[in-house]
Write a protein that binds this ligand. Structure first.
Ligand code: NAD
Length: 295
């Protein structure tokens, strides 16, 4: 049974590490924030006071960190001292190029690397039902498969290292754009005298149907579990959508893809994250559209 170092015990990493402990794996957890460490310890994770201590004796190092810069900072600290042939599993959402560089660094230092960004939010992390988009060699992916099966429910091997991140940003670009489309439709419906229920009843059973409408509806009422019913508390914070669409916009530009909607959506979430949407769910984009429509 592998000994696991789990680096980054925040909203997602904390419950993911907890599920590994519950399944019987030895986990050494580390986070720079003392409160995250304390909460992890309460949840049965063996916590340590430094990165070096976390990776000592580990054969799998899982990272769940805010950005590619954080992942590289951690790798630059531990790659040289980790046990040879350690498998580095990065579950953070980061740039495709950052993931590929992390792979190259890990391999150069005598280790292995798999990227496995996730979808499903804190609820999915807690329930162990995340969708995990996986990039890496078949051998490496097979080796971490038992761990992925504990943390997630839908495990999709997307290709070589970096392919998991590529799939994640494609998915989130669809989600970000479709949430804006659904929100614009509700605000237009308001102006044209339609109730929210009418717009929902029609679009959810017609060709406007999509996840942003039927599972995550941006107006209160039609989908009682959506953040709109809870003053737009996240959920999936607008800052995270801003980050993910920033990664998508960057990838569009680098790949030479004419992604006008992806680029524009990225600019819209960026503005909303900076102006008034901070800390709210990304579906609060509808309030920005409504406010600007009154100007
Ligand atoms: P978070 O900020 O709650 O957790 C990140 C943790 O990393 C924090 O506790 C932070 O202290 C820690 N950290 C930062 N630098 C560190 C370092 N050098 N060493 C050790 N710990 C360090 O973020 P989160 O919501 O858990 O998200 C983590 C990743 O998962 C992000 O890449 C995010 O985009 C992705 N993600 C989040 C969600 C979500 O709903 N929250 C959903 C899907 C994917």
């Amino acid at each position: 049974m592998p000994t696991i170092a789990f680096i980054g015990l925040g909203h997602m990493g904390g419950p993911m590490a907890h599920n590994l402990v519950t399944a019987g794996y030895p986990v050494q957890g580390y986070d720079v924030v003392p409160a995250a460490l304390a909460l992890a310890a309460e949840n049965g994770i063996t916590t340590v006071g430094s990165l070096d201590k976390a990776v000592a004796d580990a054969t799998v190092v899982i990272t769940m960190l805010p950005s590619g810069a954080h992942v590289h900072q951690v790798y630059d600290t531990v790659l040289a001292t980790a046990t040879p042939n350690t498998l580095f599993l990065d579950c953070s959402t980061i740039d495709v190029d950052d993931a590929r560089t992390a792979h190259d660094k890990a391999v150069k230092a005598g280790h292995r690397f798999v990227d496995a960004p996730v979808s499903g939010g804190v609820a999915g992390a807690t329930a162990g039902t995340l969708t995990m988009m996986v990039g890496g060699s078949a051998d490496d992916v097979n080796q971490v498969r038992p761990l992925l099966d504990i943390m997630g429910r839908n495990i999709v091997h997307c290709g070589a290292a970096g392919a998991g991140q590529a799939a994640k940003i494609c998915n989130n670009m669809i989600l970000g754009i479709s949430m804006i489309a659904v929100s614009e439709a509700f605000v237009l419906g308001e102006k044209l005298g339609l109730t929210h229920d009418t717009v929902f009843k029609v679009a959810s059973q017609a060709s406007g149907q999509c996840w942003a409408l039927t599972s995550y509806c941006p107006v209160p009422g039609p989908v009682p579990t959506s953040p709109a019913n809870n003053d737009y508390q996240p959920g999936f914070a607008v800052e995270l959508m801003d980050k993910d669409l920033g990664l998508a916009a960057n990838a569009l530009a680098k790949s030479g893809v004419t992604g006008e909607l992806g680029q524009h959506a990225s600019q819209i979430y960026h503005r909303v994250a900076k102006e008034g949407g901070h800390g709210l769910d990304f579906s609060a984009i509808i309030n920005d559209i409504r406010r600007r429509s009154e100007q």
